[in-house]
Write a protein that binds this ligand. Structure first.
Ligand code: SF4
Length: 316
């Protein structure tokens, strides 16, 4: 009924493959003034880093701890997931001074994760305005021997929304980064948030169409969450009725409409994000990822819904 990323990885590597989050001490250009100040209005990086993943321990130790944690689920191979902040950005004032030196600093971090023999590759989460052609050339070279996924925070295809959430980049930046990455034969991931401020159902459905026109291999989607200590949280607290947050069932139906309009070639990785209860303000669905997937698949089966079934018709 939909194209599962986990199935693609299992088929490619012949075993269960698990991502291990790594916090390699990167920062964010949308916080330090290089691209913007204050960050995206919904972002609080503390709210989603797993407990084994903090910069007090080395990259190698985080990988080992992650492998210990996941080995009980019979995972056999691992992808080091550079998740927190912007994992191709070495800091204000440094990124463009010496491209060669910057790439060497980044390479060192990626190669340390790859030094564990159980790690088959890396997934690098970043902003579309934080990759350069030389860095993509390096990823292309690395991807000849290791699995490399570059995952871009696209979040929305609307420039009005991107300005509203203070992303500090445009949709055109995303298109450039995605096309340049795919052109080099690197696996491309994208991340979208459904339900951003000011977006109604019709606008959300246009994201499916626009994303489907791009050479994206893997898509992660999640619901808008209101997280403590964010600009969005302050705005929400001041005027909660101005924000349209979905109930769990509403979100599942919205997601199914979205998946039906999405190209069947794009593999789907995740559908929700789960901030810990100490950080989450709303919506509080209190559901684990596997429970959500089960509910989604049950509902898709009830409706006879199939990824891409409305993809062509919407393009005409
Ligand atoms: S979501 Fe990413 S780009 Fe935005 S402020 Fe947070 S770390 Fe920076």
């Amino acid at each position: 009924m939909y194209n599962k990323y986990t199935d693609i990885l299992s088929k490619q590597f012949g075993c269960r493959v698990q991502k291990i989050s790594v916090n390699a001490g990167f920062t964010c250009p949308n916080r330090d003034g290089s691209k913007g100040i204050g960050g995206c209005i919904y972002c609080n990086n503390h709210s989603f880093s797993p407990s084994y993943c903090n910069t007090a321990t080395s990259i190698e130790e985080q990988i080992e701890e992650g492998i210990r944690f996941f080995s009980k689920y019979k995972s056999q191979k691992y992808i080091a997931y550079f998740q927190s902040y912007t994992n191709t950005y070495i800091g204000a004032g440094k990124s463009h001074t010496d491209e060669y030196e910057s790439i060497n600093i980044l390479k060192n971090k990626y190669l340390r994760a790859l030094s564990n023999s159980d790690v088959i590759g890396i997934a690098v989460g970043t902003r579309p305005d934080c990759v350069s052609e030389p860095l993509l050339d390096y990823f292309a070279e690395l991807s000849k021997s290791r699995y490399v996924l570059v995952e871009y925070g696209v979040e929305s295809t609307s420039n009005r929304t991107l300005a509203e959430i203070n992303r500090g980049h445009t949709f055109e930046d995303s298109v450039w980064a995605i096309e340049e990455t795919a052109r080099r034969g690197i696996t491309v991931g994208a991340h979208l948030i459904l339900g951003l401020p000011g977006e109604d159902r019709d606008e959300i459905m246009t994201h499916a169409l626009k994303i489907s026109q791009l050479p994206i291999n893997v898509l992660k989607i999640h619901q808008l969450q209101i997280i403590k200590d964010t600009v969005l949280c302050s705005r929400y607290m001041a005027a909660p009725d101005s924000y349209r947050l979905f109930t769990l069932d509403e979100y599942i139906d919205l997601l199914i409409d979205f998946i039906e309009r999405l190209s069947p070639d794009i593999a789907l990785d995740r559908f929700i994000s789960q901030s810990t209860s100490e950080w989450l303000v709303a919506p509080n669905w209190n559901i684990k990822n596997f429970e959500f997937v089960h509910k989604l698949e049950k509902r898709m089966a009830e409706l006879g819904a199939i990824q891409g079934s409305k993809f062509e018709s919407i393009g005409k």
